[in-house]
Ligand binder design. Structure first.
Ligand SMILES: Cc1cc2nc3c(=O)[nH]c(=O)nc-3n(C[C@H](O)[C@H](O)[C@H](O)COP(=O)(O)OP(=O)(O)OC[C@H]3O[C@@H](n4cnc5c(N)ncnc54)[C@H](O)[C@@H]3O)c2cc1C
Length: 415
């Protein structure tokens, strides 16, 4: 068994862990030994899109784009034609109204002086671009799962099938079922929504007009995310049993129900490939850090996907932790010291919890609120749509330009 000593070991090379690794390796003036432990690598960045593996897409905010660029990952996504689908508008409306009725809102990038509100990208390609950037920056990947993690007096020891690795700091970026979180005794508070997200790619009769369309149904939500090739990626959140029934419908019936759920906003919708379902839950770790350990991304928090914020929050965690560790290195501090890691926790935890609560309320009262409270919430949506200031605030939220952002995520010229 090989032994190795490191500054930082990151467990989990999903998009968040891989971006963090790349940022750490590229930090100015501090050469760090960073190992990423990840058993599964997605397809090469320029491989043809796979209908199943690339089915799940994510909407990345401009703030996430800036972080991915700083990590050296964005250029690779730009280079491969068709991977990035910019969207310029977001149109939201309640199930009780017609798509362009009084209760609808359109957020437009031009209102904010931007060219787009963000980009739709296949999740596996964001991950691959980040992993490639990590390796290009001098990082090393151990392609095995973590088997055990022990906290020792002045470091941690991580064991995989063929390696025993000592590190000053372990970062748990190993997703919702984080083994690092468990070994560190950090715990998780979890709430099952008893809902599932039905995901598929569809052709639409009418052009999506580079607009992300979202309908709050009263018994779920439907998002139609515009892809560069003219198709849309759907995320249709429904109660679990209904989602399971819908995904098993014959194709023609599925298409008819989907078109009805969209209120025909893009005309008839036709399936372009397989359908899949993802269970939806909300989870929050009560603490993100302990001596020699920090959690980032889904290992620390899982939110409802209705506003496409989960990965964006995780990317902000990665950028914030990289910034805190860079400052610590400049001051000659131990990266695994609790007082250093607490700075990261204080920075990210409150904001992530507020976002999680806001999404939970949207899910309760708009997506699933078909009673009187839901109707009040739907009227509130119309009010936001008619007030330029409120509309602008919501659009900035979609752009990821609110809150105390890490320096790498800020727009040039903003403080
Ligand atoms: C239907 C749906 C739609 C979504 N849409 C959006 C969206 O539009 N925008 C957005 O921002 N977010 C979206 N999200 C959320 C987003 O997908 C997640 O927040 C994001 O993928 C989390 O990234 P991560 O790197 O933290 O974790 P993960 O992607 O879960 O990565 C964890 C990694 O850890 C590895 N791992 C696990 N255990 C071990 C171990 N023992 N040893 C070594 N490695 C291990 C795994 O192999 C994996 O690669 C959506 C989620 C769903 C379900």
């Amino acid at each position: 068994m090989r032994r190795r000593e490191l500054d930082v070991a990151i467990v989990g090379g999903g998009p968040v862990g891989a971006l963090l690794g790349a940022l750490l390796c590229r930090s100015r003036g501090t050469r760090r030994r960073v190992l990423l432990i990840e058993p599964r690598l997605p397809a090469p960045i320029d491989a043809p899109l796979d209908p199943q593996a690339d089915l799940r897409v994510v909407a990345l905010s401009s703030a996430s784009q800036r972080v991915a660029r700083a990590a050296g990952a964005w250029e690779a996504l730009e280079r491969v034609p068709g991977l990035l689908s910019p969207y310029e508008r977001m149109h939201v409306w309640p199930g009780t109204e017609t798509p362009r009725g009084d209760g609808s809102i359109t957020f437009d990038a031009t209102e904010l002086g931007e060219t787009d509100l963000g980009h739709i990208v296949p999740n596996a390609r964001v991950q691959r671009a980040a992993l490639d950037a990590f390796v290009a920056a001098g990082g090393e990947i151990c392609r095995e799962p973590l088997r055990s993690l022990a906290f020792e007096e002045d470091g941690v020891r991580l064991v995989t099938d063929t390696h025993s690795v000592g590190a000053a700091l372990v970062v748990g970026a190993d997703g919702g079922r984080s083994a690092v979180r468990e070994a560190a005794g950090l715990g998780i508070e979890s709430q099952d929504y008893d809902q599932q997200g039905v995901v598929a790619t569809v052709h639409s009769e009418l052009s999506h007009a580079r607009t992300a369309w979202q309908r709050f149904l009263g018994h779920g939500t439907l998002a139609l995310l515009p892809l560069a090739d003219g198709r849309c990626s759907i995320v249709w959140s429904l109660p679990r049993l209904r989602a399971e029934a819908v995904v098993a419908l014959p194709v023609a019936q599925f298409e008819a129900e989907l078109t009805a759920a969209s209120d025909g906003v893009l005309g008839a919708l036709r399936l372009a490939g397989p359908r899949s379902v993802f269970p939806l839950r909300r989870a929050l770790a009560p603490a993100y850090v302990r001596e020699r350990c920090a959690l980032v991304g889904d290992a620390a928090h899982i939110v409802h996907p209705l506003a496409g914020q989960g990965l964006n929050l995780g990317i902000m965690d990665a950028a914030a932790l990289a910034e805190v560790l860079q400052e610590a290195a400049t001051q000659g501090e131990d990266p695994g010291a609790l007082r250093v890691l607490r700075r990261y926790e204080r920075w990210r935890k409150g904001g992530n919890e507020s976002m999680s609560l806001a999404l939970d309320l949207l899910n309760r009262f708009l997506a699933f609120g078909d009673g009187p409270v839901g109707r009040i919430a739907q009227r509130g949506l119309g009010l936001v749509g008619r007030q330029a200031l409120l509309r602008r605030g919501f659009a900035q939220f979609a752009l990821g330009s609110v809150g105390d952002l890490p320096a790498l995520a800020r727009r040039r010229g903003s403080t």
